[in-house]
Design a protein around this ligand. Structure first.
Ligand code: ZN
Length: 96
């Protein structure tokens, strides 16, 4: 019999990138901010960043992500900046 688990494994890096994407994109007014391009930026940035998995109890949420954020902030912004440059060159919504 399967019980519902009280724990979730999440990639904290992914949470952080989603949390920071709007702030970083605001510095690049030329980048398209539609949902598709925004998702592309997050995906491209995450491909350059090491995943940081944590097991969290449901409800506990992101208390640990603040620590990670200060540790990886510069890396995340760097990866996101590269991703934004790429998407600006070839926005998915204006391709084809
Ligand atoms: Zn777009």
């Amino acid at each position: 019999m399967s019980e519902g688990s009280n724990f979730l494994v999440r990639n904290t890096m992914e949470i952080l990138v989603w949390q920071m994407v709007d702030d970083v994109m605001r510095k690049f007014p030329e980048v398209c901010s539609c949902e598709g391009c925004r998702s592309d930026i997050v995906a491209l940035a995450l491909n350059q960043l090491p995943p940081k998995y944590v097991a969290t109890e449901i409800g506990e949420v992101y208390s640990k992500s603040n620590i990670l954020e200060s540790q990886y902030r510069a890396d995340i912004i760097g990866a996101m900046t590269k991703a934004i440059v790429k998407v600006t060159e070839s926005p998915r919504c204006k391709r084809g």
